[in-house]
Design a protein around this ligand. Structure first.
Ligand code: FAD
Length: 402
C-alpha cells in the first residue's frame, strides 16, 4: 500500500491530507506535527483569540476525531529531524518511516531580535503559534506598557488588540512608513490615522537600538536616541520560510523550498506547499504568506501526488482586522505605478493598484462590496479604466457585466 507522508500540520498540511482522502486516495497517510495540538488556524491568534473573544476549540481546523475517522495517522508533538532521499525515509522521534511520496508543509518561523540587543530577554514575544500567544496573553492587561517592533500586519493587529485591552502601546517601524513592504502609502495613511485615533504612538523611521533589562525586559532604547519604559515587547519583523529539513536534504532552495507549478520540488518524490514554498509566478519566484495560498496550493499538490498534472494558479486574497476596520485585499500589487481611490458609504474606502492601465490589486477597508467586485475583475483579467473607478457615479456592479 502506498504511503504518503506530510511534514507539518498547519493550514497547508491539514488541507493536503483532507484533499487526498476526499479525492479517493486509499493508501496510508501520515501527518506529522511538531506542535502538540491538532492543526489550527493562525489568523485569530493576533485578532479574536488574543482579544479573548474566541475559544481554543474554535481555532482547530477540524476536530481531532476527523483524522482517525479518515484513517489519517496524526502524530502530534513529533518533529521530523531528517529526510533520507535515497532511502525515501524520514526520521521522527527515533523512528524511521518510509514514504512513497512526501509533502513538506513546514510553514515559516518568525524572525527574532538578536540576543546581543536583548532579543532573548523574558517579556519579549513573537506571535506565530498558539504557545506564543498563550504566553503573551497574561501580559496584555490594562495599564501595561507595550513596545511593538515592526509595523506590518502582525504588529498592527497586535497593537490594535493591546490598545483595545487598555495597554499603552508604542509601535516602532524602522522604514519610513508602516506597511511599507506590502501596501501603498494611502493604506499606510489609513492605518496610521486609525491607530493614532485609538491612542497608539506610532513612530515611523525609528528602529530599536536595544532592549534594556536584567531578569526581564524593562525598557527600550530607540534609534532616535529616546528611551521607553516597557512591560513587554512584541516583535513582528517578518518571517522566514521553514526550509531547514529541505536544505539539509539537498533540495533546491530559493527564498523557500523551490517548487514548480505543480508544487514539486527538485526531487520528483517530494512536494511542498504553503508558507515554506517558493513558486513561479509571472516570470518571477514568489512566496505567498496567506491562508488562501496554503489551502489552494496544498490541494493542488494533493491532486498531483496522486498522479494528476494540475498547475497552481494563485488567486491571492488576504484580510486583516484592526479595531472595527476590516481590510480585504485582492490581487498582488507588486509593480504598481498608480493608486486610484474610491470612497464608499460611511467608513468604506478602497484603493485600486494599477500598472499602466492594468488593474493589479485592491485594498478595501470596510468595503466588502468593492472588494468582491475588484477580486472578480482581477481574477477574470479585466481592467476598468482608472477614471471609471475614481468616478463616484460609476455603477461598480455593472463593471462585472461589461
Ligand atoms: C498571527 C498570525 C496572523 C495571521 N493572519 C492572517 C490573515 O489575517 N490572513 C491570512 O491570509 N493569513 C494570515 N496569516 C498567515 C497564515 O496563517 C499562514 O500563511 C498560514 O498559516 C500558512 O500555513 P502553512 O501550513 O504553510 O504553515 P503553518 O500554519 O505555519 O504550519 C506549519 C506547521 O509545520 C510544523 N513543522 C515545521 N517543521 C516541522 C518538522 N520538522 N516536523 C513536524 N512539523 C513541523 C510547524 O510546527 C507548524 O505547525 C497569519 C499568520 C499569523 C502567525
Amino acid at each position: 500500500m502506498a504511503h504518503f507522508i506530510c511534514i507539518g500540520g498547519g493550514q497547508a498540511g491539514a488541507s493536503l491530507v483532507a484533499r487526498l482522502r476526499k479525492d479517493g486516495f486509499d493508501g496510508q497517510i501520515t501527518l506529522i506535527c511538531a506542535e502538540d495540538v491538532p492543526p489550527y488556524q493562525r489568523p485569530p491568534l493576533s485578532k479574536a483569540y488574543l482579544l479573548g473573544e474566541m475559544a481554543l476549540e474554535r481555532l482547530f481546523l477540524r476536530p481531532e476525531s476527523f483524522y482517525a475517522e479518515q484513517g489519517i495517522d496524526l502524530r502530534l508533538g513529533s518533529r521530523v529531524t531528517a529526510i533520507d532521499r535515497e532511502a525515501r525515509t524520514v526520521s521522527v522521534g527515533g523512528e524511521v518511516l518510509a514514504y512513497d511520496q512526501l509533502a513538506l508543509t513546514t510553514g515559516s518561523t518568525p524572525r527574532r531580535l538578536p540576543a546581543a540587543i536583548g532579543g532573548d530577554l523574558p517579556g519579549v514575544f513573537t506571535v506565530r503559534g498558539l504557545g506564543d500567544v498563550d504566553a503573551l496573553e497574561p501580559h496584555v492587561r490594562e495599564g501595561a506598557r507595550a513596545l511593538i517592533v515592526g509595523g506590518g500586519y502582525i504588529g498592527l493587529e497586535a497593537a490594535a488588540v493591546c490598545a483595545k485591552r487598555g495597554v499603552s502601546v508604542t509601535l516602532v517601524e524602522m522604514a519610513e512608513r508602516i506597511l511599507g513592504r506590502v501596501a501603498a502609502p494611502e493604506t499606510s495613511d489609513y492605518f496610521r490615522a486609525l491607530h493614532t485615533a485609538h491612542g497608539v504612538d506610532i513612530r515611523e523611521g525609528v528602529g530599536l537600538s536595544r532592549l534594556i533589562g536584567d531578569a526581564r525586559v524593562t525598557g527600550a532604547a530607540l534609534t532616535d536616541g529616546s528611551e521607553l519604559d516597557v512591560d513587554f515587547v512584541i516583535v513582528g519583523v517578518g518571517i522566514q520560510p521553514e526550509a531547514e529539513l529541505a536544505t539539509a536534504a539537498g533540495l533546491t532552495i530559493d527564498n523557500g523550498i523551490a517548487v514548480d507549478l505543480n508544487g514539486r520540488t527538485s526531487d520528483p518524490h517530494i512536494w511542498a506547499a504553503g508558507d515554506c514554498a517558493s513558486l513561479p509566478y509571472c516570470g518571477q519566484r514568489i512566496r505567498l504568506e496567506s491562508v488562501q495560498n496554503a489551502i489552494d496550493q496544498a490541494e493542488v499538490v494533493a491532486q498531483n501526488m496522486m498522479g494528476g498534472v494540475v498547475d497552481y494558479v494563485p488567486k491571492p486574497w488576504f484580510w486583516s482586522d484592526q479595531y472595527d476596520t476590516k481590510l480585504q485585499i485582492a490581487g498582488l500589487n507588486s509593480g504598481y505605478d498608480r493608486i486610484v481611490t474610491r470612497a464608499g458609504d460611511g467608513s468604506a474606502v478602497s484603493f485600486w493598484y494599477y500598472q499602466g492601465l492594468t488593474l493589479l490589486a485592491v485594498d478595501a477597508m470596510n468595503d466588502p462590496r468593492n472588494y468582491m467586485i475588484g477580486k472578480r475583475l482581477i481574477e477574470s483579467g479585466r481592467s476598468p479604466a482608472p477614471k471609471v473607478i475614481a468616478d463616484a457615479d460609476t455603477d461598480m456592479k455593472a463593471l462585472l457585466r461589461a
